[in-house]
Design a protein around this ligand. Sequence first.
Ligand code: AMP
Length: 274
Amino acid sequence: MLNNMGLSKAARIILVGAPGVGKGTQAERLLQRFPQLSAISSGDLLRDNVKNQTPLGIKAESAIKSGALVPDAMILRLILHELKHRGWIQPPKGTVGLNLSTTAREQDFGAEDHFVNSPTLANLAAPPRTSDDPSASFILDGFPRTAGQAGQLDNLIPINLVVSLRTPAEVIIERIAGRWVHAPSGRVYNTTFNAPKVAGRDDITGEKLTKREDDDEETWMNRLAKFEETSEPLLNHYAQKGVLWEVSGNSSDEISPKLFKEFEERFAEGPRDP
Ligand code: AMP
């Protein structure tokens, strides 16, 4: 299999899937195979702002701590600034007075920030200009989480592939039930496909393995119910835009080759002349 493939145009993608389906694994594999892709995580951007105690970080901190979603306007501003900073979106032609030189972290997110505080942010008369250069390719992680956020993002930068990752619930539950960790090192085992040499013991230290706190069936069923509630309108939104693609499999290894193939057909450079 070829490694490190080039892209022919900008890929702007989102992975959607139930907790435990392996979104992180697929994202990591895509990033490895397509070096022009980068990941933008709304959670990481927020945590960065909290750590640096920016005005936005201070406002968002309590929502993040309680596990609630932060307000849409806040998260949109964060993404917008990140995309501007990377040079992947530019203000609409003829627009003046937008400060494009600051990073999400440096930006003063105060009330005087006209562009991002504009009530017309989601309905700009002309949408920002989007770079189609392959280097402007990204996987958005954690955003958009709702159809409302997706609609607002459409006005800033059009996503051109939404991957819905599907694994039967009973398979994910089995995977979670079989998962054991060695907490001090982070080594993960699975009694069905990656069992420790000695049952219940870490291979290297021989210490006892434990369960992760959120690895129980009831917790997972609750998270799944929440996910299904919000993902359905989100997926419908993108189905209507014609950018939704679904892939099913019982494991990450089963899903990856299908995902790579689809991704390559849409975005990879054709074979070059020798
Ligand atoms: P994550 O790392 O994606 O789990 O995000 C951590 C926290 O950041 C979430 O629990 C929310 O409080 C906040 N957050 C991240 N992304 C979003 C989003 N798209 N909309 C609202 N809140 C978000």
